[in-house]
Design a protein around this ligand. Structure first.
Ligand code: GTP
Ligand code: MG
Length: 471
């Protein structure tokens, strides 16, 4: 049978791949140069058959017993054998599915370790997959995201990254930087002859184009990060408007204290909620108003900070106390303190449970403003608010084909951008070509860190230590 080039195998490691609780089934993984050899020593087929572990491109499933060093049966198991290079790690790999008792798990692992394997470190299986070229660094990180995804959207984003994500955009960026570097090196090689190959203005244009592409990717981080970790939504408005009541109604829980006393909420309270497959971080605030009280002032300043970091704002007004024009005026005042530009504002006309007290013109004006008529107290209008939030998020998700979700990638991009900026400055101030070439080299270095073309021990350690054991 034709076999793909085999992969250099590293020392054998093992780990439980399932959690540390009693369950129907538990899985232990074993990978490395001795994986199959160790497996042969601890596995006994049922009914005295011979152990057969012949090479195969496809994984082979075996049903038998695992025995300890004293030939005592530990458990009846199902094992899957993957041969180098046709496995997750690229090496020989065995997965043992046992009855999910922690005792059985420990006994099997003890036996495997006694036969020469060692316990794997966090993320070591994925690290091997990366080192063996099975996936790039950002794909390995996507595996971790996939494991931790709690919502449909987080899951979708992790899957996208696993399939390559913005790999294409990065490849183009890398190519552009390499082209730039080539032009500079050519100029260097012929510098004796006083030839300027690349016009400096042309170089500058190329740098600006790359910078713009980098910025586009970086701008998507805010949204990508929000989709991954919960979209922040601040609930703001005047005291007593019913912010905490609305917060509780959305959460379906009496989380925040509600009272007729103005200024009940002093600090911000945050809660995560999954609505239609998207995770949100709702923030109940002390609201925005003038105050002489020091504690209240701090609460108000925190409200402004919450507005700043939120993509969506729920502006709650008490329709018994406020007319639509006042709400508009209030929002203009808030915008002076912290910019509302680019934020989606949903106006909630709250306490709409006593309509007789409203003038027909007020009712019309709230409608014209696009406010959601609600009664947080009676849980009316909540569905409409959630629908509007969902529509905004879905639109954001659909309009962005690339979303950067990983903070490590974002930081690497920031450094790439900084190096490019320095190159541009050096170009402008007429610095020699070799200095600019070093800047571009640095930009390439940081860009390469994202997918792992450039790695250091420290970088790999940082990335994989965040993984769980057995992954
Ligand atoms: N009639 C009516 N009363 C409501 C409604 N929502 C809230 N209230 C009442 O309004 C009062 C203030 O509600 P809260 O939810 O504490 O208002 P808040 O905006 O959080 O107030 P602060 O935290 O003090 O800024 C309470 O007595 C609530 O019961 C509503 O939809 N209709
Ligand atoms: Mg409150």
């Amino acid at each position: 049978m034709e076999r793909a080039k085999s992969i250099r195998q590293l020392e054998t490691i093992c780990a439980p791949a399932t959690g540390n609780v009693a369950s129907a089934i538990g899985v232990i993984r074993l990978t490395g140069e001795n994986a199959i050899n160790i497996f042969k020593q601890i596995y006994r087929p049922l009914r005295g058959k011979k152990i057969d572990v012949k090479f195969s491109k496809k994984p082979k499933v075996k049903h038998g017993n695992i025995i300890d060093l004293n030939n005592r049966v530990i458990d009846e198991v199902v094992c899957t054998i993957f041969h180098n290079p046709y496995s997750y790690t690229g090496e020989d790999l065995v997965e043992i599915s046992h009855h999910g008792s922690i005792y059985i798990q420990q006994e099997i692992l003890k036996t495997i370790v006694a036969l020469g394997a060692r316990m794997a470190k966090n993320g070591e299986f994925s690290q091997r997959a990366f080192l063996n070229g099975k996936m790039n660094l950002s794909q390995a990180e996507a595996v971790a995201d996939l494991i931790h995804s709690r919502t449909a959207v987080a899951h979708e984003l992790a899957l996208k990254q696993l399939k390559g994500g913005y790999q294409k955009a990065l490849t183009i960026l890398r190519k552009d930087l390499v082209d730039l570097q080539t032009q500079l090196v050519l100029e260097l090689d012929f510098s004796e002859e006083d030839v300027e190959f690349a016009h400096r203005s042309q170089l500058k244009t190329s740098m600006t184009n790359i910078e713009n592409a980098l910025n586009r990717l970086m701008n998507s981080f805010d949204m990508g990060n929000a989709f991954k970790n919960g979209i922040p939504i601040a609930i703001i408005g005047k005291p007593n408007a019913g912010k905490s009541t609305l917060f509780n109604a959305i959460l379906n829980d009496e989380r925040a204290i509600v009272s007729p006393i103005s200024g009940t909420t002093r600090d911000t309270i945050e809660e995560m909620v999954n609505l239609h497959g998207i995770e949100y971080r709702f923030i109940d605030t002390a609201g925005v108003r003038e105050s002489q009280d020091v504690i209240e002032q701090e609460g108000i300043s925190r409200s402004y900070k919450s507005i700043e970091k939120s993509n969506i704002i729920l502006y709650v007004c008490d329709v018994q106390e406020m007319i639509p024009e006042e709400a508009q005026y209030d929002l203009i005042q808030i915008d002076k303190e912290v910019s509302l530009k680019g934020k989606k504002i949903i106006i909630v006309a709250n306490k709409y449970d006593n309509e007789e007290s409203l003038l027909p013109s007020e009712d019309r004006d709230w409608q014209t403003m696009g406010a959601v008529k609600a009664s947080a107290k009676n849980k009316e209008g909540i569905e409409e608010i959630i629908n509007r939030i969902t529509i905004i998020s879905q639109r954001n998700l659909q309009s962005s084909n690339i979303l950067m979700t990983n903070v490590r990638h974002y930081e690497a991009m920031q450094r790439t951008c900084q190096a490019l900026k320095t190159a541009k400055e050096n170009l402008q101030t007429g610095m020699p070509t070799d200095i600019i070439a070093i800047d571009i080299q640095e930009a390439l270095h940081y860009l390469g860190e994202i997918t792992g073309e450039v790695t250091t021990e420290e970088l790999l350690g940082n990335v994989f230590s965040k993984f769980c054991i057995g992954k």
